[in-house]
Ligand binder design. Structure first.
Ligand SMILES: Cc1ncc(COP(=O)(O)O)c(C=O)c1O
Length: 389
């Protein structure tokens, strides 16, 4: 049987039944092969100057807590304009989704709904597979490409199937800026989803790991502002080029945040002191990352659009952010293309099958690298697409 690269949904799992995160196993190997042309990074690529940012603090990296410097939730609360008791800091967005599930699904009563979670597909496997490791069953629903202009228009919630699922679940996990297509949930779908989940008493968990990239375009609208049943989860991983620090947070109602805080204390006690020291040192400069996202879009996108137009691929960049996806011409497997022509042209991008079974013909490309490197990578992409003809 063909390998199932995409996120695995279904019954709760433990021990031997825990499915692999096939996407990451494939990708980590690929990264170690060291491709010259890297279109695979959905997050901002930028070097923070830690020498400068940490000057004088290196000897205190392990002393954040013993120096009594306070909880980093204050930083997040100020940035997002909420009270600190609605914020829980944690080890990245994926960990935030896990804590949100622990906190939001109440174990009261006999209601089977509380052991079932609706998960959006396509998705990033750790986020959707996590629920199963917490003893929950996952039920998939889809955001679908536009039938006419799949890579040129926003994708839409499959409201028909979701309407059937909502009465049977206690929570729903989704990613507003969808990976791999890069388009945000439309305003219309957003309003429908907030209302439908409220009506069915379903907790809405939004993985907003890419949403800060909407800020420079004035499009940032976090879900925590939409009601007590909504939880926003985010991190510094994708939009601020600090994935290795593993710093994230969730923002929820005070009561859910309180439960999530207890869940975090139980599972991790404290965030690592070096992480918070580094995050706090970079915090006053987070705008630098936003400016760089704007610059990379301005410099890189026209080049990508040129290649797409040359190969008659109907592609429009999403209005914000650093990645998008398109259907590779010629009814081919994008994974096979990456494994053959990608190797030939020294170019790495992510096949859509890593996110959903239905996207085997799709390729995700990112414009997150320096303009000079991106320009050369566009020559490689052009040559790869020529070879497909
Ligand atoms: C949709 C989505 N959520 C979360 C993550 C990971 O975020 P974190 O590293 O903060 O857990 C990724 C990484 O690719 C992602 O694509």
């Amino acid at each position: 049987m063909e390998r199932e690269w995409w996120p695995q949904v279904g019954a709760p799992v433990a021990g031997d039944d825990i499915p692999p995160v096939t996407h990451l196993e494939w990708y980590i190997d690929k990264l170690s092969e060291g491709y010259s042309h890297d279109l695979s990074q959905s997050g901002l690529q930028m070097n923070w100057d830690w020498q400068e940012l940490l000057s004088g603090q290196v000897g205190q990296l392990d002393k954040w807590w013993s120096l009594g410097k306070g909880d980093p939730s204050e930083l997040v609360a100020e940035m997002e304009g909420v009270s600190p008791d609605r914020v829980v800091c944690c080890a990245g967005a994926t960990n935030g989704v896990q804590l949100a599930l622990m906190a939001a699904l109440e174990s009261r009563g006999q209601d089977g709904r509380m052991t079932r979670v609706a998960v959006e597909m396509p998705s990033y496997a750790p986020v959707t597979q996590s629920a199963r490791l917490l003893g929950l069953e996952t039920v998939p629903f889809r955001r679908l490409p536009d039938v006419e202009r799949a890579s040129a228009l926003p994708w839409h919630l499959d409201r028909v199937s979701l309407s059937e699922i909502l009465p049977t679940v206690g929570a729903l996990i989704f990613t507003p800026v969808l990976n791999p297509c890069g388009w945000s949930l439309t305003d219309d779908d957003r309003a429908w989803l907030v209302e439908a989940t409220l009506q069915h008493d379903v907790m809405l968990i939004a993985d907003e790991v890419y949403d800060h990239a909407l800020k420079p375009e004035g499009l940032y609208k976090p879900f925590f502002a939409e009601g007590e049943h909504c939880i926003s989860v985010s991190s510094l991983t994708k939009c601020h080029a600090m994935g290795n620090l593993r710093f994230g947070w969730l923002i929820a109602s005070k009561s859910v945040a309180q439960a999530a805080h207890r869940a975090f204390r139980t599972t991790a006690a404290l965030l690592p002191s070096p992480v918070i020291t580094m995050v706090a040192a970079a915090w006053p400069h987070l705008e630098t990352a936003m400016d760089r996202i704007t610059m990379l879009r301005q410099e890189n996108l026209p080049r990508l659009q040129e290649v797409m137009a040359k190969h008659e691929i109907d592609w429009v960049p999403p209005p914000a952010g650093l990645f998008g996806a398109f259907e590779v011409p010629g009814d081919v497997s994008a994974l096979e293309v990456v494994e053959t022509l990608g190797v030939k042209h020294d170019l790495l991008a992510i096949p859509g099958c890593m996110f959903d079974e239905s996207l085997t013909g799709w390729l995700r490309v990112a414009w997150s690298i320096d303009a000079d490197k991106f320009a050369v990578a566009m020559d490689a992409l052009d040559a790869l697409l020529l070879d497909l003809k």
